[in-house]
Design a protein around this ligand. Structure first.
Ligand code: FVH
Length: 293
């Protein structure tokens, strides 16, 4: 009996840094024909033994397939790599970290060059790529139709989450989540600094810290409910007035431990401002309105 194997969709990959290489390897391992190009040719050549077709130029790689995935350092390098390349009829998927404005401008630029465009924001580090259950995913925004057409292929290396037709939304979600992450790491840095000169093992504090942050973080759902409803006093457990009253304890403790309060103070300043404006019965949601200019 004749057997038919269905060929998986072909992909072109431009950019083989740590992330691009991880993505490329996963597509190759899953049996997708893959054409690759990288500015430093050795990184592309390293994938040839795994079945990648190595293009001599970005233009040649783009000409090879309809689906073109780009994962370069920044938006400037995307502009440099694609300058003068014929993009007519291509489905350009840009996973390079950008600002929302850069993503929107890149979408317009791609359309003006005859390409369809999807922007992506990668919520994963290279070791999470191709590892089911590792928790990584990529935000996508731009044409829903284009996303749905390639969703299966794009989902091979890492899960996909579509966040809207606005090409800037993937970048915006990406930066929003990473900004929250830096706030969390800033808090953790302050906590470790407080115990730094004491006979306390950082490895003993770490699980306590991790568990506490996990216990507290569901509060973001209440924040979202309050922002949607407009009533920042709804469901409040710990009032802003009470929390502001506690801030001298945090600042004095930092001083006593010889630790700078420069990570905490800006947030405490905003809490005090909101309290002064009459937000004492709220919790911390009112601070958000002080940030939005
Ligand atoms: N790696 C990570 O942890 C993060 C996770 C979240 C998403 N980011 C973003 O992914 C983009 C690529 O990151 P990467 O980790 O692959 O970065 P590098 O290993 O530094 O590789 C950079 C690639 O870009 C090429 N490149 C840089 N400048 C140019 C240019 N002017 N013209 C052509 N190519 C350029 C570089 O080529 P080469 O140095 O090998 O010749 C690499 O292929 C990025 O947006 C992260 O923010 C990663």
């Amino acid at each position: 009996m004749e057997s038919h194997t269905v060929e998986k969709p072909s992909v072109t990959m431009l950019g083989l840094g740590a992330m691009g290489t991880a993505l490329a390897r996963t597509w190759l391992a899953a049996g997708h024909p893959l054409t690759v190009w990288n500015r430093t040719p050795a990184r592309a050549a390293a994938l040839a033994p795994y079945g990648a077709r190595v293009a001599d130029s970005a233009a040649q790689a783009v000409a090879a397939n309809t689906l073109v995935v780009v994962c370069l350092l920044d938006d400037t390098s995307v502009g440099e790599v694609l300058a003068g390349v014929d993009l007519v009829g291509r489905d350009l998927v840009n996973l390079t970290t950008s600002t929302p404005a850069q993503a929107r401008a890149r979408a317009t630029w791609a359309h003006n060059h005859g390409a369809r465009y999807l922007d992506g924001g990668i919520m994963a580090v290279p070791p999470m790529i191709g590892v089911p259950g590792a928790g990584g995913y990529v935000f996508y925004s731009g044409s829903r139709e284009l996303f749905e057409r390639h969703q299966e292929t794009l989902g091979v290396p890492v899960d996909t989450t579509y966040v809207g037709e606005d090409a800037g939304f993937a970048a915006l979600h990406d930066v929003a989540l990473l900004s929250a992450m830096y706030g969390m790491f800033a808090g953790a840095a302050h906590a470790f600094a407080l115990i730094r000169r004491e006979d306390i093992d950082p490895a003993a504090l770490a699980p306590l810290l991790a568990d506490w942050l996990v216990a507290m973080i569901p509060a973001v759902h209440q924040t979202a409910d309050q922002l949607r409803g407009g009533d920042y006093t709804r469901g409040v457990v710990s009032t802003l007035a009470m929390q502001v009253a506690g801030t001298p304890t945090f600042l004095s403790t930092a001083e006593q431990q010889g630790v700078s309060s420069e990570l905490l103070s800006p947030y405490f300043d905003l809490m005090r401002r909101r309290l002064a404006e009459g937000g004492g019965e709220e919790d911390l949601t009112g601070v958000i309105d002080l940030l939005v200019r």
